[in-house]
Design a protein around this ligand. Structure first.
Ligand SMILES: *[C@@H]1O[C@H](CO)[C@@H](O)[C@H](O)[C@H]1NC(C)=O
Ligand SMILES: *[C@@H]1O[C@H](CO)[C@@H](O)[C@H](O)[C@H]1NC(C)=O
Ligand SMILES: *[C@@H]1O[C@H](CO)[C@@H](O)[C@H](O)[C@H]1NC(C)=O
Ligand SMILES: *[C@@H]1O[C@H](CO)[C@@H](O)[C@H](O)[C@H]1NC(C)=O
Ligand SMILES: *[C@@H]1O[C@H](CO)[C@@H](O)[C@H](O)[C@H]1NC(C)=O
Ligand SMILES: *[C@@H]1O[C@H](CO)[C@@H](O)[C@H](O)[C@H]1NC(C)=O
Ligand SMILES: *[C@@H]1O[C@H](CO)[C@@H](O)[C@H](O)[C@H]1NC(C)=O
Ligand SMILES: *[C@@H]1O[C@H](CO)[C@@H](O)[C@H](O)[C@H]1NC(C)=O
Ligand SMILES: *[C@@H]1O[C@H](CO)[C@@H](O)[C@H](O)[C@H]1NC(C)=O
Ligand SMILES: *[C@@H]1O[C@H](CO)[C@@H](O)[C@H](O)[C@H]1NC(C)=O
Ligand SMILES: *[C@@H]1O[C@H](CO)[C@@H](O)[C@H](O)[C@H]1NC(C)=O
Length: 627
């Protein structure tokens, strides 16, 4: 049964439309029907003659693009007869569609496909089309559309638009950009780096600010793009009018679709997707809190899950639901059609940057801290057998680093969900378990193997990016206890780690923490950790990296408030890494930051306060930019 079969269908006016070119029918796993959609069955069920009326179809969640290559990019939209998400439980039955044998009918699946056309052009008015095509979507894939635009030129800006076939019913126009060829000698490139956007904790101003500035080429997202919680359990969405739907903790395929769809109503998120190609990976919350290969913190595979008021979903099923919805909704490529869980992949951005995106979370991570087993994970945290990635990914990771150095790319940038550097946090965690065992600190052997690979092979110019922690941590990349390190000069370091704060998720040392208390903790953390050159707990925000062959400039931005939609931000700290130096340039941050704690330098504090009488923020700081 091959896909060529499809072209034989008698499809009158839309004869050239394709099912398989809508990549969402093929992922997450084309070759494992139990995990994917049987296109054959969908085609048999659907009757193109009974198509929806064009006027009843809406582009409900804008457009998006992602995973840029030199000659192609992924384009995404959703066009549906309703804004609600599809109830078809593909992965619950392991088969598509769900057939109700008693009543001899398909349940919650539509019999009408939607035909969608896409066009890509080099100009905003889409006058000279460079690539186009027609594909189907249907309830089976939640009416999402994901296509690969091809025949593009490297490092070039493009515009794209979808429309319902043979009609004037159009999506917004999106903008995107390809990457350079690997051997192109480009001189500069910029990325914005995000993590941890929690809808009921605030507005996604951070996404919108970069769109308003138009200051980068690509967006890198390190995960926690959504959260799985019920609003009241984590978040204060009631007070903000931001209740993530469905209004419960999420488990089913419908749940994950609905949750992604709710997040995708934030206007700043929509704007970012419409304007920039994204390169994203998931962390834990795209599935559930503190996931690893075989489980998660808040769900056990015990019979309790299936009796009485148990949630009725096994750990693996929940993960499959989350993964399927993620692939449907995110403009991400599936780089290995036979490996439905693989999102680890890499991007060459000319001779300037090799970007390696890891999955330290869902793919093959050894057991993590699930809260009730912290002592145990502490005990085994230095076991040689533990891995965050599994051997297949680990080998690929080390090989990628070597190949990148060998081909002479100036910078090696590693997107890691979780913080890489050791961080003693005993001030908050206590002395018994002073580190975060859910980060690289719980997997010391994996960290040692990474550092050993870099040091032994003289691989230079390494920049780790991380998220997950809801705070900012900037460190020299060091192997404590193994390699000499001078915290004042940075000698002995093999690179730099930039770990960024959250888009909205609250400070890990207390939601609504005061600036004074936050900076006090930052000072403690900075003093307790030699390689930690700057730390900030207070601000929600993001950072930008601007690469040239000579240096990387890192600019951290803090958001004064996310409880309302606004374009305010403060440039709280700037860093430079010179090519060949493998450490932060001294004086670190130019000797002055605006928040947190800097190892050698000063903090010039902001005074931004809320007038509770009228809900207005006093912005007494000269550096505040209103975008
Ligand atoms: C499509 O969107 C328009 C405008 O928001 C709305 O009036 C219409 O009811 C929507 N149609 C459907 C089928 O949801
Ligand atoms: C889909 O699964 C959920 C939970 O397993 C269930 O409540 C719902 O009824 C199912 N939908 C259909 C159409 O079977
Ligand atoms: C694009 O369209 C707008 C409005 O129709 C027009 O003003 C503009 O000149 C066009 N630009 C190009 C490059 O064709
Ligand atoms: C999972 O099992 C552990 C160990 O028995 C227990 O402490 C924890 O409360 C359980 N979690 C849930 C959500 O049932
Ligand atoms: C990792 O390196 C540290 C520092 O040298 C050392 O203390 C630890 O035992 C090493 N762990 C493993 C598993 O190699
Ligand atoms: C924190 O701030 C939010 C938003 O202003 C508010 O809804 C919430 O009640 C506050 N929480 C605490 C514990 O003060
Ligand atoms: C600051 O932190 C220290 C511990 O490092 C603590 O003793 C002190 O009470 C804290 N002060 C404030 C104002 O939070
Ligand atoms: C963490 O830092 C504190 C304060 O510097 C110190 O007393 C403690 O021994 C450290 N713990 C570890 C595991 O390094
Ligand atoms: C960081 O750089 C920006 C842009 O050059 C500047 O406006 C800002 O003041 C700098 N921030 C700090 C803390 O030096
Ligand atoms: C901020 O407030 C502190 C203490 O309240 C004061 O010392 C400082 O001068 C103020 N800074 C600015 C920029 O207003
Ligand atoms: C809120 O009150 C402050 C004085 O406390 C005033 O300066 C400000 O203009 C007021 N803002 C609004 C929007 O009323």
């Amino acid at each position: 049964m091959k896909l060529q079969f499809l072209s034989l269908l008698p499809l009158a006016s839309i004869a050239s439309a394709s099912w398989s070119k809508n990549l969402n029918y093929r992922s997450p796993s084309e070759h494992h029907p139990g995990l994917g959609v049987s296109i054959h069955r969908v085609v048999k069920r659907n009757d193109p003659q009974s198509s929806y009326k064009t006027s009843t179809l809406n582009f409900t969640h804008g457009v998006a693009s992602g995973d840029p290559y030199p000659n192609s990019v992924i384009l995404w939209t959703r066009v549906a007869p309703q804004s609600d998400n599809s109830q078809s439980n593909l992965t619950v039955t392991g088969y598509a569609p769900l057939f109700d044998h008693d009543n001899e009918k398909y349940v919650h699946v539509s019999k009408s496909p939607v035909c969608v056309e896409y066009k890509v052009a080099a100009d905003k008015n889409l006058t000279s089309t460079i690539d186009s095509g027609q594909v189907y979507t249907s309830s089976d894939v939640d009416f999402t559309v994901k296509v690969e635009a091809k025949n593009l030129k490297p490092f070039t800006t493009y515009y794209y638009q979808f429309n319902v076939c043979n009609s004037n019913n159009k999506s917004p126009i999106g903008r995107t950009k390809t990457t350079p060829n690997a051997d192109d000698d480009i001189t500069e490139v910029g990325i914005a780096v995000y993590s941890c956007a929690n809808y009921p904790f605030g507005f996604f101003n951070a996404y919108g600010n970069v769109a308003r500035k138009d200051s980068v080429d690509y967006i890198v997202h390190l995960g926690d793009y959504i959260y799985e919680y019920k609003n009241g359990d984590y978040g204060w969405g009631n007070s903000l009018g931001r209740i993530p739907l469905p209004d419960r903790e999420i488990f089913t395929l419908y749940d994950y679709r609905k949750r992604l769809a709710t997040y995708r109503t934030d206007l700043d998120l929509l704007e970012s997707h419409q304007k920039f190609p994204w390169i994203s990976v998931w962390d834990d919350h795209e599935v559930a809190d503190n996931t690893y290969r075989d489980g998660m913190a808040e769900l056990n595979n015990t019979e309790d899950s299936f009796i009485k008021d148990g949630v009725g979903v096994a750990v693996d099923q929940r993960k499959m639901n989350a993964v399927r919805a993620y692939f449907e909704w995110m403009p991400i490529r599936q780089v290995d059609m036979d490996d439905n869980l693989r999102i680890w992949r890499s991007f060459s951005i000319g001779k300037l940057v090799d970007l390696t995106m890891l999955d330290t979370r869902q793919y093959d991570r050894s057991i993590t801290d699930l809260y009730w087993n912290t002592d145990y994970v502490h005990e085994i945290s230095n076991d040689a057998g533990r891995s965050l990635m599994g051997s297949r990914q680990e080998n690929w990771f080390y090989r990628s680093l070597s190949e990148s150095a060998k081909r002479g790319a100036t910078w090696r940038v590693i997107g890691s969900q979780i913080v890489f550097s050791r961080v003693n946090q005993s001030a908050a965690y206590g002395d018994a378990n002073p580190v975060n065992y859910d980060a690289w600190d719980g997997y010391q052997a994996n960290r040692n193997r990474t550092l050993d690979h870099l040091y032994s092979n003289n691989i230079n110019n390494n920049i780790f990016l991380s998220g997950d922690s809801h705070a900012s941590w900037v460190s020299d990349l060091v192997w404590l206890g193994e390699k000499e390190y001078d915290k004042s000069t940075g000698e002995g370091s093999i690179g730099v780690e930039f770990a960024g704060s959250a888009v909205t998720s609250p400070c890990p040392y207390g939601a609504n923490i005061s600036l004074t208390t936050a900076n006090n903790y930052s000072t403690w953390l900075q003093n307790a950790n030699d390689e930690l050159q700057w730390q900030d707990l207070y601000y929600r925000g993001y950072f930008e990296l601007h690469f040239t062959h000579d240096k990387v400039d890192a600019n951290f931005f803090g958001l004064p408030t996310v409880v309302q939609r606004n374009g305010w931000e403060i440039p709280i700290a700037n860093f430079t890494v010179l090519a060949g130096a493998n450490k932060l340039q001294r004086p670190v941050a130019g000797g002055v930051v605006e928040s947190g704690s800097l190892k050698s330098g000063k903090v010039v504090q902001n005074n931004i306060t809320l007038d509770t009488n009228n809900g207005t923020w006093f912005l007494s700081h000269a550096d505040l930019e209103v975008l």
